[in-house]
Design a protein around this ligand. Structure first.
Ligand code: BG6
Length: 507
């Protein structure tokens, strides 16, 4: 744990390497990848010998590319840019014009990397980061393989990082896994879910397994239900084209939402070794009770935002967003009730919901415990005992709070609920981070713990596949069915109310 940045308590990288970014001119590179590399450099975590090669179709020289990322950096690094430090990073960045579907680009890349590898003393270690359209993943991997760029020899490593989405349904995810596994060993494949880069998500495991008091009550005997909310106030922005084909379910549930669920519900792994953690995650996801068609109708709700008001300002409905069809039936909201069929969780509902243009941006996990028996209070003015609730706030107001009942001071027995609250910012300060630093660090270090293995990806898709199938077969829904700035369609409230419960935020 030696670093000169309190925000990044991870080991400095020792092995030299070349980082090759496919999609170097894209949004992700500008907003997340380059700023993360800078933050890693600022934390003193990058190896002495490394270089970065950006590849994209846009004609540009290396000097022009360096200028472009230099201009964008201050907006996304989350900290003041130290010019001397950035100069050192910037000088290691190179740009290559290339068409990802043209074999000649790979020949050029192979030659370029071979020279740069010698010049930069990077020891033949290459990390390819595919920040491209997902439709190109398998072709790029195959072509890299054909040009020998994925072959691991003489002690060097070759790895490929895949951004999400990984497939668009179960069948395509399986096919993609098969295609990649033809070229790469599983331990060369890093499937990113950027939620796993979030400190608060990683902390779920520490919270559960480093504290003795929670694990004994972390089961069906004491827990009434769990809620997972991933609410965004943003709309679809400029991503209409992608989102029209994806929708909220594909975009958020098999990946981010189920990652949160697996961290909350998994059994303790034997160690923090990548496979030990990933085995337990896959096991709990495999325990999710498959939804029948009838279950989908009863336990899955969808919605699309119409126009509304957010932060006092009028906002457009989804169908009026750029690149969205005027009669679009794409859902921008989904809520589901899931059960996990195992000894720990049998009969405990997991309510999950996610959506765009909701009242506020909040990602939180709410664990509601069963109420204490009431009999002691029968002869008092107390009408009911409120259950204990643990709220794990993933973002933006990162923290954890525990709600319990307390006596209101005074001669009569009166009870109110109070909160014990932990806020990250208060204890640890706000460390500048894009959430990608740990992920990039870990793929360079060869630690796949925070990346998704083929089986988890497939089991994630198999959870949502029945929902996709049933929705596809239904007549067009009457969208829009919730106002921008609200907490989603009334059916989502009904989903929990029919069980005598309420959503924690936005009831
Ligand atoms: C992405 C989705 O994976 O996650 C986006 O494609 C979504 O639609 C984003 O907005 C949410 O990420 P975060 O880190 O802002 O919660």
């Amino acid at each position: 744990m030696i670093t000169n940045d309190p925000g990044l308590e991870i080991e400095p990288l020792r092995e030299p390497c070349l980082l090759v970014i496919f999609g170097a001119d894209g949004d992700l590179t500008k907003r997340k990848l380059i700023p993360s590399i800078y933050n890693l450099a600022a934390a003193g975590l990058l190896p002495s010998h490394y270089a970065i090669v950006g590849l994209d179709r846009v004609p540009m020289t290396t000097a022009e590319y360096r200028d472009k990322i230099t201009q964008a950096l201050p907006d996304f690094a989350g900290r003041a840019v130290d010019q001397a430090l950035w100069q050192n990073v910037r000088d290691r960045v190179h740009y290559l014009i290339g068409d990802f579907q043209n074999p000649q680009s790979y020949r050029k890349l192979q030659e370029f990397l071979a020279e740069l590898d010698v010049e930069s003393r990077t020891g033949g270690n290459y990390l390819f980061y595919l920040a491209t359209l997902p439709g190109l993943f398998s072709e790029i991997a195959r072509r890299l393989g054909e040009w020998g760029l994925t072959t691991q020899r003489h002690g060097h490593w070759r790895r490929i990082v895949f951004e999400k989405p990984f497939g668009h349904d179960l069948e395509s995810a399986r096919a993609l896994n098969r295609e990649l596994q033809r070229v790469l060993a599983e331990n060369q494949i890093y499937r990113i879910d950027h939620y796993l880069g979030k400190e608060t998500v990683q902390n779920i495991l520490v919270f559960r397994f480093a504290n003795g008091i929670f694990e004994p009550v972390w089961n069906r005997r004491y827990i009434d239900h769990v809620q997972i909310t991933v609410a965004e106030s943003l709309g679809v922005e400029h991503r209409g084209r992608y989102y029209e084909a994806a929708g909220a379910l594909r975009d958020m549930v098999p990946n981010h939402v189920l990652q949160l669920l697996s961290f909350i519900a998994m059994e303790p792994p034997n160690s923090f070794d990548a496979n030990a953690v990933r085995d337990e995650k896959a096991k709990v996801l495999r325990g999710i009770v498959p939804l029948s068609s009838l279950d989908v109708l009863r336990c899955a709700v969808y919605g699309q935002y119409g126009e509304g008001t957010l932060g006092g300002k009028p906002v457009a409905g989804y169908r009026a967003e750029p690149n969205v069809a005027a009669d679009s039936r794409t859902e921008t909201f989904v809520a589901m009730k899931l059960f996990i069929d195992n000894w720990r969780w049998a009969d405990v509902p997991f309510y999950v919901r996610t959506g765009k243009r909701l009242a506020k941006r909040v990602t939180e996990i709410v664990v509601q415990f069963k109420s204490a028996p009431f009999m002691l209070f029968r002869k008092t003015a107390v009408e009911q005992l409120d259950p204990n609730v643990l709220v794990i706030r993933i973002q933006p107001d990162e923290g954890i709070s525990l709600r319990f009942d307390a006596k209101v001071p005074g001669p009569k027995v009166r009870i109110d609920t109070v909160d014990m609250d932990f806020q990250y910012a208060k204890y640890f300060g706000n460390a500048p981070s894009t959430g990608y630093e740990t992920l990039i660090h870990d793929c360079l270090a060869g630690d796949a713990t925070l990346f998704q293995r083929a089986d988890s990806i497939e089991v994630g898709w198999s959870v949502v596949q029945p929902v996709l199938d049933v929705w596809q077969s239904l007549p067009p829904p009457s969208f829009p069915n919730y106002n921008a700035g609200s907490w989603g369609p009334s059916e989502a409230h009904q989903l929990v109310r029919q069980d005598g419960r309420n959503w924690w935020s936005g009831g």
